[in-house]
Design a protein. Sequence first.
Length: 511
Amino acid sequence: MSTTDSRRTTEQPPHKPKFTFPSALTVLAVVTIAVWLLAFLVPSGQYDRNASGAPIQGTYHRVDSGQSFVDRLNDLFLAPVNGLYGVQDEKTGQVGPDLAGELYGSAGVFLFVLAIGAFITVVFATGALDRGIGRLAHRLRERGALLIAGIMMVFSVLGTVEGFAEETLGFYGLIVPLMLALGYDRMVAVGTIILGAGIGVLCSTVNPFATGVASSAADISLGDGIVLRFVMWVVLTAVTVAYVIRYARRVRRNPERSITGFLPGDRDSNQSDVPESAEEPRLTGLHKAVLITMGLVFAFMIFSVVPWASALTGDADARPYGFELGWSFPQLAALFLCAAVLIGLVARMGEQRLSSMIIKGAADFISPALVIVLARGVTVIMNNTKITDTVLHSIEGIVKGTSSGVFAIIVFVVNLPLAFLIPSTSGHATLAMPILAPLADFAGVSRAVVVTAWQAASGWMNLWVPTTAVTIGGVALAKVGYDKYLRFVWPLLALLFLMICGFVAFGAILT
């Protein structure tokens, strides 16, 4: 046998690269090109508008877009630019960076996301949030059910107000050993973390990355619909917490009923070891000050965006109270930039470290910010080729004649596959809301209900789809099989699906 033949017999077959789902930026780049090509096939048309700019049902008619091939090519080239600071001409409705009129791009939301990123990064740099959650876990370590409920509630609150999700990946090293020491399995830790934060994001009340971006794209206030979302958050969080505790108690009574089983060493620790071996994380005065300041910032954000007159009277057209601020994204961006500096001063970071943390936070959040810009760029292409109203008209035919409750459920269901294709909540919202929001006007339903139905679809999918780092990364860190996680979570997913349909239908009927 020759040397060459010998080498051939010992060579291993080439390893096939494992498929990974493309990032949201790549997906939206493909969507941009696809929509640009489809615009050559979809006929241009438009609705007549009322005084507020909303389309009038039944007035759709075909029009000529008036664009040459060069114009369309220019729109494709400038799509990201227009998505950031494109201006809509008042007369023609066209969007471009050098026109005069109203800002159409998402510059305000873009800066808001960067400001939130700076604030969150500065808070985490102080160590106060990690220490606070660690202290809660230690205090409740001998009361398993209360510990699970406490951690899930904290994660859910953070999820509903600021989209706390990826940040949970840092807590597996703390919570997995703690749950094992209390006689539970690794699935209890996974459920506590993923479902705790996930249900908060699903029922976002003022989450800037979900509710905020969607409300902006739907041209409504961040506080619109907050009462329905708050009630939904309370109920669905309670159901989710009860589901995890029920499984935990079952495993503790009979370990053989564990879905995951136990790895070598998982059962070596016992509850009596925990109090002696674990040292309680200490909250310094600085940590307490940071946590209090963070809580006050989010409380003030909620106060500033809620339309209190409408929320308290139930009348959407109620005259605002004198104390209402009616803040939107420019003011909120400034709030969180100032809050990031305030947290840094409270934590005595020093000018250099505080500056670097603010820059790092903005840099870390540039990806979701760019996703918003790309998604907005897609809507600019649709606007300039005048096919947005054509798409809206085709969907109008599907929902026409349905009751308001059925309409809300359809919006929820339609967004499920979109949430899978575009796992970024910000990109999904910016892309879908310009079409979905006017549908609410046709159905006689508040646009806030459409926002709630959309974010519920996005949040429900993100509890289990393998395209999200929160889910697939979480089960990997906990050393739990993804298939076993699906087996654990599917009954809850089915229950949440039915409850969400009930909530959005009820909300639509009320409006």
